[in-house]
Design a protein around this ligand. Structure first.
Ligand SMILES: Cc1ncc(COP(=O)(O)O)c(C=O)c1O
Length: 449
């Protein structure tokens, strides 16, 4: 590695100064920014990203779980090149979109029809619109603190705090200052994994609820799965009241051949997909049972829920996605998930050996380190567990790891990619142990359990 972080004479620091002159805050995406300046990527090789100063880091963020096969996998690159040479986009459908849709219909029992979009955000937005169109009702329910992209309704109550989250039942709180009160009036917020409270809130709003949006392994509720009782309650209440059950699998589709819903035996009406399904190209998809997807059917005139988009189902994303999904077969998933369990166990061990408070959660090939032993399990507990000292230690770990050749996500979602093997996991564990020991020495009073 040729560059330390931070280094104000580095090319990354210079690029950041240049970016500040043309972008607000020098950045065009919240997730890629960190202080005092973000590292700028130059290129990548498999699971390693090389920055503009020549430093190589193993990438455990993978563009927030997109790069399931690492970066620029030769088979995906070949498919993209071939498609780009033929054409990049048309105002005509192509066979590629049928082929990718067929893959999801084959893999997931609840998926009978598919519509493509350009991002997970768009997929969630269109699923919500579909639920409203199907039911003729206005409201949408979601779990407090859970991220579903940046559509206003989906991002309500993304980061409430004890001052505004409501005493007992969660209040619908705007994430951005731009959130209109009228929008918040149509969002019903439920506490993740609290069966009784969620049932009561859903029942009270049932006649106005179009849909319920759920992520079965929500990062911001600690990284553990929805309990079997919670999943059963959501399905039972929504079915009984004709509320469209939308499973957001933008992240979790990687957990099993048919997604998290197959792993946990969940039967949603609609599913939203994104991230891995485009092989690194922009993509999203709304999928589900034919009865619910029928609102998009334009073959008989204007549909109940018109859905379009200039780049929707562009054949380059489709071609990349087909190759990526075919390579992500049962064997690849099993290998990833086994390696994921090993990663979590080795990192837990690193916390113990270093004598630093912390542990690791996650499912399958996902892992989330927490620099706290406070209980997690829903948004409010996770919020408390991550506040103050634990948040500062997580930031410190992220920075120290940069100089150990590891790119990770602070208090967020980390994941594996198929080019990774035991060597990368061992390297991660060694680096984490080394950095935790530094954290402990620098702040013994706070860090020692
Ligand atoms: C669960 C979930 N849903 C939706 C989205 C939005 O996807 P995109 O960033 O492609 O718009 C994300 C993005 O991280 C996500 O994690």
């Amino acid at each position: 590695m040729s560059a330390a972080y931070p280094d104000f004479s580095s090319k990354s620091a210079a690029l950041y100064e240049r970016a500040r002159r043309v972008m607000p805050g020098g950045s065009t995406r919240v997730q890629t920014f960190f202080n005092p300046y973000p590292v700028f990527a130059a290129h990548a090789e498999g699971c390693r990203v090389i920055d503009v100063d020549g430093a190589a880091r193993i990438d455990f963020v993978n563009n927030y779980t997109v790069q399931i096969h690492g970066h620029s996998h030769p088979k995906i690159v070949e498919a993209v090149k071939k498609q780009a040479e033929q054409a990049m986009c048309f105002t005509l459908p192509t066979e590629t979109e049928i082929e990718l849709a067929e893959i999801f219909c084959e893999r997931t029992a609840s998926i009978e029809r598919v519509r493509f979009a350009n991002s997970g955000t768009e997929a969630v937005m269109n699923a919500i619109k579909a639920a409203r169109a199907h039911t003729g009702r206005p409201k949408i329910a979601k779990c407090e603190g859970v991220y579903h992209g940046s559509y206003d309704y989906a991002e309500a109550s993304l980061d409430p705090d004890p001052q505004n989250w409501g005493a007992r039942d969660p209040a619908a709180v705007g994430y951005a200052r731009s959130a209109p009160a009228g929008m918040l009036a149509d969002v019903v917020v439920i506490p993740f994994n609290d069966v009784d409270a969620s049932r009561r809130i859903l029942e009270a709003n049932a006649d106005r609820l179009a849909g319920l949006l759920v992520d079965l392994v929500p990062t911001r509720c600690g990284g553990g799965p929805a309990s079997p009782e919670y999943r059963a309650m959501l399905r039972e209440v929504t079915r009984r009241h004709g509320i469209v059950l939308i499973c957001d699998e933008v992240v979790t589709y990687r957990l099993d051949y048919g997604g998290a819903q197959a792993l946990y035996g969940f039967d949603p009406d609609l599913t939203t997909l994104g991230k891995i399904i485009g092989g690194g190209m922009p993509i999203g998809a709304i999928a589900g049972k034919a009865e619910f997807m029928a609102v998009f059917d334009a073959s008989q005139g204007k549909p109940l829920c018109p859905h379009s988009g200039t780049f929707t189902a562009n054949p380059v994303s489709m071609a990349a996605g087909i190759v990526a999904m075919r390579m992500f077969d049962r064997e690849a998933i099993e290998r990833q998930n086994t390696l994921g369990a090993k990663t979590r166990a080795q990192l837990d061990e690193a916390f113990k050996v270093a004598g630093v408070t912390g542990h690791v959660t996650g499912e399958g090939s996902l892992f989330l380190p927490h620099l706290s032993d406070e209980p997690l399990g829903d948004y409010r507990k996770t919020y408390r567990a991550h506040s103050d000292a634990a948040g500062e230690r997580a930031e410190a770990l992220f920075r120290l790891l940069l100089n150990e050749g590891i790119y990770s996500s602070v208090l967020g979602l980390n994941c594996l990619s198929t080019p990774m093997g035991e060597a990368e996991i061992d390297r991660l564990s060694e680096a984490v142990l080394k950095c935790l020991r530094i954290i402990k020495d620098e702040a013994p009073a706070r860090a020692v359990s």
